[in-house]
Each structure stands twice: as structure tokens, then as C-alpha cells.
Design a protein around this ligand. Structure first.
Ligand code: FPP
Length: 246
């Protein structure tokens, strides 16, 4: 699939990706799982560049879920080290490409050095006017929803809001994803057909795209393929085709 087949006027504003299959990719090669994660960084670069070149406004990558804390300590530490190293080494490239970095999730859970690197990179890139690259770190949709519920409940207890004011808009505004439009397209690699607690609220009407390609092998052509497939779909948002036509 080529870039030329993409209809620029129907580009998704926001793409979310579940980067899966690093472990299996490494295992296939007789290597340790972390080798798969390290090799996945190239795919992160490719996809970020691909989205930025096309004019996609936001790209959210599921880099570390709340549930990933339960992986063996060695793998968790290696992933955190890789994240710190990558954020540090890629800041220059983000600046060069005008990409703004942001993060969603429970930052307070991240190791201090990881949080510092992340916050420094967010601060350094905050005035960039190109695409926003959003890393989901220590993130899960259920965590975000529970967190937002607590914030809203506290406001109600303090008398700042009434029950009537609790609506979709308020929940939207309280989630850590509040600054960005909901993704129109969600991609998952590696052949698994699950959402795994990613952006559950935000994908209510997203188009889902699954591919068997393992994340470290994911390249721009795969991204183009997903976008072209997305553009072939009719997004009805609960309406009928006839209603859409009028
Ligand atoms: C899932 O593969 C992948 C992850 C949990 C981590 C993704 C992290 C990276 C690609 C590293 C760098 C990322 C950034 C944003 C700097 P898996 O381990 O679940 O694979 P498996 O299902 O084959 O075991």
C-alpha cells in the first residue's frame, strides 16, 4: 500500500496504537524479551515519522500499562531504562520534526528518573506546533476512569458540582486524555484481537484495525495500509447509511 493511495481529506486526526508482539518477535529469534522491546523503538520512530509526515494531529502509543507492573521485575526495570534512554535520545528528533510530547496515565507510579526525563521532554517540546505524540505510561483505561470518578465525586462532596452536572462532557474533561480528540482509528499489532484496557471510554466509536505484524517489524507501509482500510469504512455513529447520505 502506498502513501499516494491515502485520501488526505479523510485522514484520522488521532491514531492510537497497541504496540504488541515484542516478546514473541524476540523469542522467534532466540533472544531475550528485552531485545524485542529495544527493537520496537525503530517501529516507534517509523510510525511517529509516518504520522507526522501525513499530517495526523495526535498519535497515542500504549507503551506501558498498569498491568505491565506485574511483569518480572527484570523486564519492568529494563523497560523503564529503555524508556528513559529513548525519551532522552529522541528529544532532539522530536524538536527537529516539531513534535510535541505528552503522556497519559499515573505518572506518580513511574520511577523518579523516568518521570524526570519524561517531564523534561514534555517541557522542552511544549511549544512545538506539529503532531502530538502521547505516551500511555502506567496507563489503563479503568485506572483513568476510576481516577476521574474520584475527582468528580470529591467535587460533588465539596458542593462544587451538583449531580445534574455529571455528564459525558464532565467525564471527558476529567480523564487524563482530556486535551485530545478521541481516536478515530485504533491499531493493534501481533494478531491479538483484544483492547487490553486501552482508552475504553475514548474508543466508543473508533474504527479498530488488527494486523498480525509483530511490533518490531511495523513500518510506515503497515501504517498506510491501516489508514487506507479505515478510509474505506463507513462511520455511522449509530445512524443508518441513508441518514448519512442526506
Ligand atoms: C508489548 O509487547 C510491548 C510493550 C509492553 C512495550 C512497548 C515498548 C516499546 C516498543 C519500547 C519503547 C517505546 C517507547 C514509546 C519509547 P509484549 O512484550 O507484550 O509482546 P508479547 O505479547 O509478544 O509478549
Amino acid at each position: 500500500m502506498s502513501k499516494e493511495s491515502i485520501n488526505q481529506s479523510r485522514l484520522p486526526k488521532h491514531i492510537a496504537i497497541i504496540m504488541d508482539g515484542n516478546g514473541r518477535w524476540a523469542k522467534e529469534k532466540g533472544k531475550f524479551r528485552i531485545f524485542g522491546h529495544e527493537s520496537g523503538v525503530k517501529a516507534v520512530r517509523e510510525v511517529s515519522e509516518g504520522c507526522a509526515e501525513l499530517g495526523v494531529e495526535c498519535l497515542t502509543l500504549y507503551a506501558f500499562s498498569t498491568e505491565n507492573w506485574n511483569r518480572p521485575k527484570l523486564e519492568v526495570n529494563a523497560l523503564m531504562t529503555l524508556l528513559v534512554r529513548t525519551i532522552k535520545s529522541e528529544t532532539k528528533t522530536l524538536m527537529k520534526n516539531g513534535i510535541k510530547l505528552d503522556a497519559i496515565g499515573d505518572r506518580s507510579n513511574l520511577p523518579k528518573d523516568c518521570r524526570r526525563e519524561l517531564e523534561e521532554a514534555i517541557e522542552a517540546t511544549k511549544d512545538n506546533s506539529g503532531m502530538t505524540l502521547i505516551l500511555a505510561l502506567s496507563y489503563s483505561a479503568k485506572w483513568d476512569i476510576v481516577n476521574a470518578t474520584k475527582i468528580i465525586a470529591q467535587k460533588a462532596v465539596d458542593g462544587e458540582i451538583s449531580l445534574e452536572e455529571v455528564n459525558e462532557e464532565l467525564i471527558d474533561k476529567t480523564l487524563t486524555t482530556h486535551k485530545y480528540p478521541h481516536p478515530e482509528l485504533m491499531i493493534r499489532t501481533s494478531g491479538e484481537l483484544r483492547i487490553s484496557n486501552f482508552l475504553l471510554w475514548e474508543i466508543a466509536y473508533s474504527e479498530l484495525y488488527f494486523t498480525t505484524v509483530l511490533w518490531p517489524d511495523y513500518r510506515k507501509e503497515h501504517l498506510y495500509e491501516a489508514i487506507i482500510d479505515y478510509q474505506s469504512r463507513e462511520r455511522r455513529f449509530g445512524k443508518t447509511s441513508e441518514q448519512l447520505a442526506t
